[in-house]
Design a binder for this molecule. Sequence first.
Ligand code: ATP
Ligand code: ZN
Ligand code: MG
Length: 303
Amino acid sequence: MCQACDSFLDRLFAKGVLHETGVDGLYGRGQAFEAVIEGMDRLITRTAANDHAEVIRFPPGMNRALFEKSGYMKNFPQLAGTVHSFAGSERDHLALLDNIHNGGDWTGGQGATDIVLTPAACYPLYPIVARRGPLAPEGGLFDIQSYCFRHEPSKDPARMQMFRMREFVRIGLPEQAASFRESWLERARDFAETLQLPHHIDVANDPFFGRAGRMMASSQREQALKFELLVPIESTENPTACQSFNYHQDHFGELWGITTASGETAHTACVGFGMERLALALFKHHGIDTNGWPNSVRAALSL
Ligand code: ATP
Ligand code: ZN
Ligand code: MG
C-alpha cells in the first residue's frame, strides 16, 4: 500500500498514536497523543486561571434517574449508551455461557443498572448545583471534565464513541451567561492561533432526533444558541467541530430548579473542548511526529 493511500487514521495507528480495538470510534491512546492532551489541558487551565472556576471531574457514567430527567432520550436517543449488568441465577448464568459459546445473543438477560454513560460533561453538573439551593449573587462557574459516550461509530478518527470533553459552565443571570460565552468565543480564536490551527467559528445545531427534532435544530440555529470552532481534519468542505459554545437560556435552570440569588430561574451556558478532536487537529496540521511541530506550539503545550 502506498503512503499517500493510507488514511489519516491508518497513519495514526501505524505510528502508535492511536491503537485499534476492532470497534470504530473506540481507540487506545499512545504516549504522544496523551502528552498532547495533557499539554492542552494545562493550556486551557492557564487560560482560565483568573476565573477561579470550581473544579469537578466526573467518571464516564452518570446517575440513570437524573439522565432520564435530563430529557436526553427525548432529544438524542440515537446517541445514548446505557450500562447493563448480569443479575440472574446460576441457571441463567449457564444459559448465558451457552449463548456466548454458541455465538448466540447473551445480552438479552442483562438488566439495566443505575448508571448510564455520560453523553456530555455538563449533564451530571446541573443536579449537583440545584441541590445546593439558590446561587450566590455572582452565580456559579465550573471547570469540569468527563469521558463521554456517543453511539456514532465512524471511520473518521475525529468522530469517536468515547472521548474526553473539558467544559466550563456558567450558571446565573442571562447577561452573566451571555458575557461568559462571548469571552470564550474570543479566547477560542487566541487558542487556535496559539496552536497554529486553521479555523473559523460558525453557528451550529445539535442533532435532535426525528421530525420534531428538525424544528428544534432550526430554531436553535435561528436564535444562534450554539457556535462551533471548526477546524478541517478529515475534510476541508466539512470541517470538524473542536469546541462548542452553547447558550441554553433557562432550559436547564427550569428543568433542575436552579435559581439565582434573587429567585429567578437561572440561565446556563457551556463551552466544550473536544480534547481528542483538538489533539487530532494538531496531528493533522503539524504532522504525526510531535518532534517536528512548530517550536511555539510545542512550547504552548510544554512538549
Ligand atoms: P458534531 O456536530 O461534530 O457531532 P457536536 O455538536 O455533537 O459535534 P457537542 O455536543 O457540542 O458536539 O460536544 C462538545 C464537543 O465535544 C464538540 O465540540 C467536539 O469537539 C467534541 N465531540 C463531540 N462529539 C464527538 C465525537 N463523536 N468524538 C470526539 N469528539 C466529539
Ligand atoms: Zn455542556
Ligand atoms: Mg454530535
